[in-house]
Design a protein around this ligand. Structure first.
Ligand code: GTP
Ligand code: SPV
Ligand code: MN
Length: 585
């Protein structure tokens, strides 16, 4: 496959350790991929779904103990503990290599090792970064082919260089006690063992495009962020781009593909999806910040996806899709999940493959069940999706799940204040990672699980970028998840979130006033368009309310949080904290 000595030497070493029976290079050709699909169906690793209703679609079930990212077993192994920071798990690289070598040794005996050359973002573009993932899993190969740009042209682009991320993955025994997702940023290396699930094993995604890339971006002057990218086209045909960082399972895919409410559709507004999970951001020649989506597909949350909430996502999954841990509808060999429709199949298997009675009260699909689907199959995919230059960013939006404190939307006073707002973000935990669900925790920039170095240095990088961007995006915060006393969401959300994005763009274009509060600028209630909604202006006033008592409590936690990160939190952010406290007095 390649004469590149660096690649050959590394693959030889990894093969000597894992001892596969054979090595197969993935060239990305349809023939090869189709043969792998057939092989996976033959062994039961994948189930071929109804070709008429879901052409080229497959169902896969992971082990029951292996259904989400494992933050407790995810490590950043830099030479010094200080460089990994206080939030990341750390171990000395030599010690970790030794520990994992034991787990990898002989792990591929009797198996095939697949070598997947892939590119994050368009091959040859200024943003592009290359990786090779070695894996013993066909499921990983077939997902990587959707999620990244896989093929021989990556090897060509590498030439005889060694500038690629070395990824090694083995399912081994899927042993939870020995599951490790480990990054060695200083060696451009990722080792993942004993898992077969999504973010743990599709090494181009969270491991490379966020953890390793954030480390590279800090050193090279760019940013890797957990952000969707969308474009709003106005009736004149002008498109403004917004990026938004929400924690896992907090609405990125949904916002990225939203269908405009009728009032905007009638005027001729359109929304285009550039990306739903990850943005790489660089300063353009015009002095603006430019974004690309380094991925090639979506690894989206299935439950809750339906014809009303996200018809574009649903349409995207109608062909060429791999479903993981959803319900198998045995009536017509299709799939189902909670929130798809009100007709759960009568004859069905749950995500574990057991006979499932939809009346039992037990969930059929795992809450973190997912679809892996091609971006190019999305009806609203942006014409700029493949543009190697990316798109210019007008606004950056942060947001999380907060039942009370955070208002529907507010704008920061400046870049540094915006960085402060992102840095103190908090959100309720979700099923996207193992552990308790619904617990409020700090999740700076939605990157808590994904920063490949010290969090204080990460904040400092944001501050430094602000100084370097001549014409930076404006920074906002949103919260779709405020609840009433009975725990119901007050804001309708989904497509109607566009009403908030329209205020954000109006602010960026200096078209609308705002009200100054201790935390930043909130809209005048009448400036959020509620035409066609079942909500009155008093409800909007309530959603925009900044409760001083709640915020005083919120602010009290910031001191501890920053101190827990350590002494690398930049002074600019401590200054913003003092301003917030003074404003709340
Ligand atoms: P990851 O892929 O884990 O990074 O998640 P994500 O941020 O892309 O989240 P996604 O869009 O898949 O949404 C996750 C869950 O939030 C789904 O169950 C959605 O139905 C729900 N959700 C998304 N947007 C909204 C909203 O505006 N309001 C409410 N109430 N729920 C929403
Ligand atoms: C997330 O958890 O933020 C995801 C899914 O996008 S995973 O790829 O598993 O990380
Ligand atoms: Mn995500």
């Amino acid at each position: 496959m390649t004469p590149n000595k660096h690649i050959l030497k590394w693959v030889d070493e990894m093969a000597a350790m894992t001892q596969p029976d054979r090595i197969v290079w993935i060239d990305g050709s349809e023939e090869q991929i189709d043969a792998l699909r057939r092989e996976a169906v033959g062994t039961g690793e994948m189930i071929k779904l109804n070709e008429n209703l879901l052409p080229n679609c497959y169902l896969h079930r992971t082990a029951v103990n292996d259904v989400a990212r494992v933050e407790g077993r995810t490590y950043i192994c830099t030479k010094t503990k200080e460089d990994a920071g206080t939030i990341n798990n750390w171990m000395d690289p030599a010690e970790m290599y030794a520990k994992l070598t034991k787990l990898f040794t002989g792990s591929m005996k009797g198996k095939t090792m697949y070598a997947i050359p892939y590119s994050m973002s368009v091959v040859g573009s200024p943003f592009a970064k290359y990786g090779i993932e070695l894996t013993d899993s066909i499921y990983v190969v077939l997902n990587m082919v959707i999620m990244t740009r896989v093929g021989a042209n990556v090897i060509e682009a590498l030439g005889d260089g060694d500038d690629f991320i070395k990824g090694l993955h083995a399912k081994a025994q899927l042993d939870e006690e020995n599951r490790y997702i480990v990054h060695f940023p200083e060696d451009n290396t990722i080792w993942s063992v004993n898992s077969g699930y999504g973010g743990n094993v599709l090494l181009g995604k969270k491991c490379f495009a966020l953890r390793i890339a954030s480390f590279l971006g800090r050193n090279e002057g760019w940013m890797a962020e957990h952000m969707l990218i969308l474009g709003i086209e106005n009736p004149k045909g002008e498109i403004s781009y917004i990026t938004a960082a929400f924690p896992s399972a907090c609405g990125k895919t949904n916002l990225a593909m939203l269908i405009p409410p009728e009032i905007y559709q009638k005027q001729g507004y359109k929304v285009w999806c550039v990306g739903d999970d990850i943005a790489w951001l660089r300063i353009g020649e015009d002095g603006r910040l430019w974004a690309v989506n380094p991925e090639n597909g979506f690894f989206g949350v299935a439950p809750g996806t339906n014809q009303k909430s996200n018809p574009n996502a649903l349409a995207t999954t109608m062909r060429d899709t791999i479903f993981t841990n959803v319900v198998h509808n045995m009536e017509n060999n299709t799939v189902w999940w909670e929130g798809l429709d009100k007709n759960p199949p009568k004859s069905a298997l749950n995500w574990k493959g057991e006979i499932w009675d939809c009346e039992s009260g037990e969930k059929g699909a795992h809450p973190n069940s997912r679809f892996t689907a091609l971006a190019k199959n999305c009806p609203c995919i942006s014409s700029e999706f493949d543009n190697p230059k990316g798109v210019p960013v007008t606004a950056i939006v942060f947001g999380g799940r907060r039942a009370k404190t955070a208002p529907l939307v507010y704008q920061s006073r400046s870049w540094n204040h915006g960085v402060f707002v992102g840095s103190v973000m908090a959100s309720e935990t979700t099923a996207a990672a193992t552990g308790a669900v619904g617990v409020v925790r700090r999740d700076p920039m939605a990157m808590r699980p994904f920063v490949g170095y010290d969090m204080g240095d990460y904040f400092a990088h944001w501050i430094a970028m602000g100084k370097k961007i001549p014409n930076p995006p404006k920074i906002f915060n949103v919260n779709w998840f405020r609840t009433d006393d009975e725990g119901h969401f007050i804001w309708p959300g989904f497509g109607d979130n566009m009403r908030v994005l329209m205020w954000i763009l109006a602010r960026c274009n200096n078209e609308v006033d705002a009200v100054e509060t201790p935390i930043g600028y909130v809209p005048k209630a009448e400036d959020i368009n509620i035409e066609g909604l079942d909500i009155d202006i008093d409800t909007i006033k309530g959603l925009l309310d900044v409760d001083k008592a709640l915020w005083t409590e919120e602010a009290a936690g910031i001191d501890d949080f920053y101190k827990s990160i350590g002494d690398r939190v930049p002074k600019e952010l401590w200054d913003e904290y003092e301003i917030l406290k003074a404003n709340l007095k």
